[in-house]
Design a protein around this ligand. Sequence first.
Ligand code: ADP
Ligand code: MG
Length: 625
Amino acid sequence: MPEVIRQLPENVANQIAAGEVIQRPASAVKELMENAVDAGASRIDVRVLDAGRTLIHVMDNGVGMVEADAKRCFDRHATSKITSADDLFTIVSKGFRGEALASIASIAHVELKTRHTSDECGTQLNMEGGALAQETLVAMEVGTQIAVRHLFFNVPARRNFLKSDAVEMRHVIDEFHRVALAHEAIYFTLTHNDSELFDLRPSTLRKRVIGVFGSKYDERLVPVEESTDVLGVKGFVGKPAFARRTRGEQFLFVNQRFVKHGLIHRTIMNAYEGLLPPGQYPLYVLFLTIDPARLDVNIHPTKTEIKFDEDQHIQSLLLPSIRRGLGKHAVAPSLDFDQESSLNIAPLPKDRVVAEPVVQVNTDYNPFQSKAASGESSGGSSGGGLRPGRGQMDAWKSLYEKAWQPEGEVGPVAHEEHAMQSSASGEVGAQLEAGDEVVVKQRPLFQLQTKYIVTATKSGLLVIDQHRAHQRILYEELVRQLEPEGAPAATQQLLFPAAIDLNAADQLFVLQSRDWLAKFGLLVAEHDDGVEVQGMPLEADTTPESLIQAILEERAAEVAGVSREERVAARLAASMAVRVGKALKPEEMVDLVDRLFGCSTPALDPFGRTVIVNFESNELEQRFR
Ligand code: ADP
Ligand code: MG
């Protein structure tokens, strides 16, 4: 047998490595920019021609290289950044594999000009197909300039595989963004075919993000910052209203390195739970800092994937800090309104016992039905407050009276523990004194087109969709009743139970769901050819048939992440919520607004539709220009 195994020539090995490291012009842009960052540059100029096909030029004012290093930097595994494997665990530089320049030089024509801080003049090297073609002395500023021409000139397969200039340029811009976002203190520019695309001066992170995405993003950003001994997170997440159906605005950096990490992405998405309809992605630009010893960046040649020792730890820091950030910005009111609130209606604790402050004659009121219901109705934390059962009236009355007592005699308001109000009624504003949060002594509220509730806040104007708001409130109350300790919803016993014919499968399903349906106040029993509805949720504004029908529809539907019970709760909430066209009294509006802001997700109804529109005062001011 003839021998067949040979050592590959160095250049071929480099070309193979290049296949992994340099997939397209954008990869070269990334590697060269990262080298410039590693060299301590404070200014980095990137210029490309034809989306990088013809030329990629990266110029920096970093430390530069002495002549010997300049020659060595194109060798495979030539790096100044680590000397032993142990160093891998303390990596703070972008590069360390020593592959980028070797790879690039093997598949392009490279001209390197570099001058080290300790030298009077610089070195120019011209590389062709991985070999040194020419060396000269040059006069230049301290720093490094690398021009990469004719990328993939000797790898036609790669060249043919490239997409249109527009697509390739998109990739170049993406890589440029990733580096620029992670280093707001460095001055970056990007020029394509002589048009300057970005001129990013050193700035704060917020300004850098706006510089990258555009000034429209200023109002979309919600700051996040939190740290523990081992871990820190800072950056911005986007307001849910600006989430998109497509990905592309999600940036996660670990120790200033852009990474992709499925678990962290899911954690961030979880923080938005209930704030976004399915299939939408919020913007985020988040920076994790973590002891390098705790992570392994070495699992992928382009280093965009990493492994952590402690995923758990990261999740438990990230999720609450994003929630808090969103909460502070009124996107999802939370209990921590300690700073920077743009909304001054004090949030209410989730478990607050909701009083029913409504004086209103229920025209649908049926004395017989109600009497039958009184045994079941537990009042207190039950369903909606707009058409309360009888038992709830007394509770409301006493609260109502309290609220009208002169200031000072009103029940205590928690100052530290965020404004917690004991009542929901007329002059609620007078009671809320939690620091600066509440400036409105008497909350102005009015109804618009018997559809919206309009109210002023410290920073502008809120317009609330009454029907959707009530749906959200009822939905959360219903879902709470599903919890083991949740008290069942008030039921209105039907004087004449409604028999509903169902096929065997539907019948079985409804009967199997009996227990949790009862928690919603829907009482069903077995019946010859179907079921019998014996009690309806107190406020259900629909027939027993259509409720059962809705439940059966939800059985068929499959929605990821939302249980069938929750979907039925949403249906019920929709049927119970106050309608558009219904005039609301001031106290009803106050109640609705208060309860809405006691919800965990006030901004969206159970179907993901907008409940609240916030007009910031600067928006108003702009209109008056
Ligand atoms: P790595 O970044 O993984 O070390 P590279 O192939 O990208 O490998 O670069 C090899 C070496 O060349 C680097 O370790 C660094 O010492 C030197 N180098 C590359 N680019 C620059 C630059 N812009 N300024 C100064 N030194 C550089
Ligand atoms: Mg490098």
